[in-house]
Design a protein around this ligand. Structure first.
Ligand SMILES: C[S@@+](CC[C@H](N)C(=O)[O-])C[C@H]1O[C@@H](n2cnc3c(N)ncnc32)[C@H](O)[C@@H]1O
Ligand SMILES: Nc1nc2[nH]cc(C(=O)O)c2c(=O)[nH]1
Ligand code: SF4
Ligand SMILES: [Mg+2]
Length: 216
């Protein structure tokens, strides 16, 4: 059974593939936060910008088999059947993404990407692995295509990650819109991130461009 919060066709807004048309499949649930506001301040990940609870979002639902889910997702890819690209996200997609789903997506011609917090092992066959660290515990997924660290996180300096085997290193300015006012910073995360990249050119700036565009 696969539990899907929502699924939608949009542009990848973040990181190295920003601007690329993509189908997003957002799984329900995360291992670092319950998704309930009353648990946010004590969660392992406290700044999440996403509702991943339940299956009630657009095109969400519960799907018995990989084939059922892919059949559903494939209806959301527009008429032109080339350059098919799917981003598995969540919540934490590594809780549900398995080889059966990967094989089914490949059968339908998709290139596959994942957005993961890196704390859980991944199945084989994912074409683009983006790890976004949240805790100071050692990463289970410590190599991949893109390391995209939300910045700043006081307990996670970028220097802790720059030796890892990733092709691209991004700092993504933290969006604080979901946080209580007293936890918002005076010096904006965007300004801090910009400054850090200028001083440490291994790192590139990632902005959440979908939010600027007002799209999903
Ligand atoms: C909602 S998460 C889901 C995937 C996975 N659980 C993870 O954390 O990577 C998708 C992406 O949004 C980023 N993100 C979450 N909250 C954010 C925020 N407040 N500001 C900027 N990026 C954020 C995450 O770091 C991750 O790269
Ligand atoms: N457009 C768009 N790009 C994204 N890249 C990563 C996202 C995510 O929530 O995982 C995301 C998202 O929610 N929307
Ligand atoms: S790990 Fe990802 S999905 Fe889970 S709470 Fe953090 S940002 Fe949200
Ligand atoms: Mg998002």
């Amino acid at each position: 059974m696969y539990n899907i919060k929502e699924a939608f066709y949009s542009l990848q807004g973040e990181g190295a593939h920003a601007g690329r048309p993509a189908l997003f499949c957002r799984f329900t649930g995360c291992n670092l936060w319950s998704g309930k506001e009353q648990h946010r301040s004590t969660a392992e990940c406290t700044f999440c910008d996403t509702d991943f609870v339940g299956t009630d979002g657009q095109n969400g639902g519960r799907f018995k088999t990989a084939s059922d889910l892919l059949k559903h997702l494939d209806t959301l890819w527009p008429t032109n059947k080339s350059h098919k690209y799917i981003v598995f996200t969540g919540g934490e997609p590594a809780l549900q993404l398995d080889e059966a789903l990967i094989l089914e997506a490949k059968k339908r011609g998709y290139t596959l990407a994942i957005e993961t917090n890196g704390t859980l092992p991944l199945p084989k066959g994912i074409d683009w692995i983006c790890v976004s660290p949240k805790t100071s515990k050692p990463l289970v997924v410590n190599q991949g295509n893109e390391l995209k660290l939300v910045f700043p996180q006081s307990h996670l300096p970028p220097s802790d990650f720059e030796h890892l085997a990733f092709d691209h290193f991004y700092l993504q300015a933290m969006d604080q819109a979901a946080l209580p006012n007293d936890q918002q910073r005076v010096d904006s995360p965007q300004a801090q991130t910009l400054r850090y990249c200028l001083q440490n050119p291994q790192w590139r700036l990632s902005l959440q461009t979908h939010k600027m565009l007002g799209i999903d």
